[in-house]
Write a protein that binds this ligand. Sequence first.
Ligand code: FAD
Length: 342
Amino acid sequence: MTAIPIIQSDYPLRDHNTFGINAIAKRYVTITSAKMLLEVNVSSELAGLPRLVLGGGSNILLTGDFPGVVFHMCMKGIDIVGDDAEMTYVRAAAGENWHQLVRWTLARGLGGLENLSLIPGSVGAAPIQNIGAYGAELKDCFHSVTVLDLESGAVSTLDKTTCAFGYRDSIFKQALRERSVILDVSFALPKQWQPNLRYAELSQEVTARGLSDPSAVEISDAVMAIRTRKLPDPAVIGNAGSFFKNPVVPAQQRHALLERYPQLVSYPQADGSYKLAAGWLIDQCGWKGGSLGAAGVYEKQALVLVNRGGASGQDILTLARKIQDDALARFGVRIEPEPVFV
Ligand SMILES: Cc1cc2nc3c(=O)[nH]c(=O)nc-3n(C[C@H](O)[C@H](O)[C@H](O)COP(=O)(O)OP(=O)(O)OC[C@H]3O[C@@H](n4cnc5c(N)ncnc54)[C@H](O)[C@@H]3O)c2cc1C
């Protein structure tokens, strides 16, 4: 039996975004099944209202009250749905917690997602920006998604190619933006698992733990330890992780910058361009640990903007724009925000 959707009014979102911004949603519905979403999406009470699909709220900036309906994705369920000679296939509902999915797979001897341990948020949001950390991205173990088209009500399956994953990017941030709701995500986890220790900091952590042949669980533990040391806990200080993406520039521009700034931190890309460390650029602009009113830049990591207490979405936005302007003026490089502005 499907639960009846309860449409709530003037709903406070403070506990549903990791920045802890106190914004109000005109309407709010907890979604516990695909059927419920299909039904409520066509409710006359919600006709004409903008939609916001919400997971854990760890990658959004609420810039003001939301004049529409929030669909809070809370459907649950994780299953092994098949296997073949090379892969085990796991499907997880959109409302599952991402990190709990990672540990669920590891507990069943299925490696592949361990480098992405402890990333906050929901399974359904993970493909939106192709979450990545410590040398891995969601797309490495992605198989397919089931999506609902909010306009037509059609449900379909999209494969990896269709999702057009890129660096913190996918079709869901482009052509399907504000249109598709991810209902569940399927993963292909390799039976012949190999550790991915390409990321220097992770490999050093593993070595420091005396692990010459680490298991997937041990890598997950190492990632969790690094992340806990480096990143602020949203339960303690509001934030959305990295606020800016690392900008990618042509080799010529990087060369010119290197002549002026020999300490510039950059990483070569497959196409000959370079990714610059946005945190370094922000640090050089003098913003690390700085504040503008109640909005601030985290002391240990300049990429992370924080709510020092009572900041509004506009306060965070003003700080972000100031940092962007300063980076552009100093380095001629535009740094783009990573969270979705609502
Ligand atoms: C401390 C901290 C560390 C972080 N570290 C990382 C990191 O290492 N790597 C990384 O990539 N990210 C990181 N993030 C960002 C964030 O955790 C991820 O982007 C995560 O996937 C967001 O999930 P969410 O459920 O909170 O999404 P939300 O913030 O709820 O939503 C984000 C976007 O996805 C859309 N969305 C959510 N669910 C669905 C759905 N089911 N269908 C369609 N659209 C949907 C929303 O509309 C919104 O546009 C970090 C955040 C924090 C706070």
